[in-house]
Design a protein around this ligand. Structure first.
Ligand code: ARG
Length: 453
């Protein structure tokens, strides 16, 4: 008899080149735990509806546990002749149980099985990512607390703009990461509908109980349309989109820190353990971890493109193209998880060079906008105040001095000079969400409490 689960209608064997071309075991073996959990739930349901005896279902469940342990121990021999992980596990089961094993695939197809496995895997991957994102948030919050009183120049267009608290800066990344966590939670909620029971494409004439399998596998609902189920990879696209956005956030942060760690900026003291040297230039300390974090975002965004192109022309139900989804999903996940795992310790061990930053704060007219607002507060129309301060800045550039060095007579009212200097400019902020010290302190406390729970 053929090795294939589908061998019945074929006379000859499969061309070995075709086996090599069509296999997925080299990458989908990663789904084995989820395949086993799904099969155990399916077998127990089959017993509930009388398609198996209770004894047969328990025999199957136990044998599947043993197969899982064998795979854990590296004892399963993988072969492209058995195409994928589903076939390997079913064949191993039949090897152990004979005819009882031959009953497991009752009322299901690999088409609904593979989506079920992938959804179960993605749910776990989301839970892992949530922990990693939380760890990184935690290190940013700790940095915010450690550098609480430090003032840094804030930039737009990479040009000096206004002074901000370092804590405000670190908490900005905590917000981005929170949205990343929220987005993954949304993705998890939407994917949480059970595919199994859709069978090949049309459902089954056998009396299966999908609700029972749903409850066993912890899905929120049962997917309603069997034709939709076997073609649905929306969840994979959403998941990899979430990953792409995380990678994009990390890449922007990495870019900023690469710049901040240059001799020109010299704002950061990066930990030696997270930098590398040069094989020829003895003095070098390179921010390779940050550069790779920036670079790896390309892989993740590429995976999203991969999935869009893969699915954009597919008719309903299962098409073999779908087998190609997994390499993109796994690689995007591994890449982002790897980036997050090094980002957290890197952030926690990086220190701001406070003296360097402090010594440079008075350059770049960081107080100009506050001066303008002081004029507005005293009744000058905004556009006029903008022009007045613009003229003062030009005057300073000619005289090579700071705004505070200009004679009193240069200002429409000399009292507005009280807003000058970085410390005064920073202290003047008031609005909700601003870098006002009291606002930032409140948000820092909020985040500390939120992450402690
Ligand atoms: N190896 C396949 C995959 O990963 C499993 C589903 C195969 N279904 C089929 N009808 N050939 O997508």
């Amino acid at each position: 008899m053929s090795q294939k689960t589908w061998g019945g209608r074929f006379t000859g064997g499969t061309d070995s080149r075709v086996e090599a071309f069509t296999e997925s075991i080299s990458f989908d073996r990663r789904l084995y735990r989820h395949d086993i959990i799904g099969s155990q739930a399916h077998a127990r349901m089959l017993a509930e509806v009388g398609l198996l005896t209770a004894g047969e279902a328990e025999q199957i469940a136990r044998a599947l546990d043993e197969i899982g342990a064998d795979i854990d121990a590296g004892k399963m021999e993988f072969t492209i002749a058995l195409e994928d992980i589903h076939t390997h596990i079913e064949k191993a089961l039949i090897g152990k149980l004979g005819d009882v094993g031959r009953k497991l695939h009752t009322g299901r197809s690999r088409n609904d099985q593979v989506v079920t496995d992938l959804k179960l895997w993605t749910r776990d991957a989301i839970d892992d990512l949530d922990g990693l994102l939380r760890d990184l948030q935690h290190t940013f919050v700790e940095s915010a607390a450690r550098e609480a009183g430090v003032v840094i120049p804030g930039y737009t267009h990479l040009q000096r703009a206004q002074p901000v608290l370092a804590a405000h800066y670190f908490l900005a990344y905590v917000e981005k990461l929170q949205r990343d966590r929220d987005r993954l939670r949304d993705c998890r909620a939407r994917l949480n509908a059970l595919p199994l029971g859709a069978a090949a494409l049309a459902g089954t004439s056998l009396p299966i109980d999908r609700e029972s399998v749903r409850a066993k596998l912890g899905f929120e609902s049962v997917a309603r349309n069997s034709l939709d189920v076997s073609s649905d990879r929306d969840f994979a696209l959403e998941f990899v989109f979430c990953l792409s956005l995380i990678a994009t956030h990390l890449s922007g942060w990495a870019e900023e820190w690469v710049i901040w760690s240059t001799t020109e900026f010299n704002f950061l003291d990066l930990p030696d353990a997270f930098c590398t040297g040069s094989s020829i230039m003895p003095h070098k300390k390179n921010p390779d971890v940050l550069e790779l974090t920036r670079g790896k975002s390309g892989r993740v965004i590429g995976a999203l493109q991969h999935l869009f192109v893969l699915t954009k022309g597919l008719p309903l139900a299962y098409n073999r193209d779908l087998q190609e989804d997994k390499t993109a999903i796994f690689d995007a996940f591994d890449t982002v998880a790897g980036c997050l795992a090094v980002a957290a310790p890197l952030v926690s061990q990086t220190k701001l060079r406070r003296e360097v930053i402090a010594a440079r704060l008075d350059a770049g007219f960081l107080d100009a906008t506050t001066l303008m607002e002081a004029l507005i507060a005293r009744g000058t129309p905004m556009r006029s105040a903008h022009e007045i301060v613009g003229n003062l800045v030009r005057e300073c550039e000619q005289r090579k001095c700071h705004l505070a060095d200009l004679p009193d007579a240069s200002f429409p009212s000399p009292e507005v000079k009280a807003s000058l200097g970085v410390a005064n400019a920073l202290a003047a902020f008031k609005s909700y969400g601003s870098t006002a010290p009291a606002e930032v302190a409140k948000q820092l406390r909020d985040w500390q409490q939120r992450l402690a729970n």
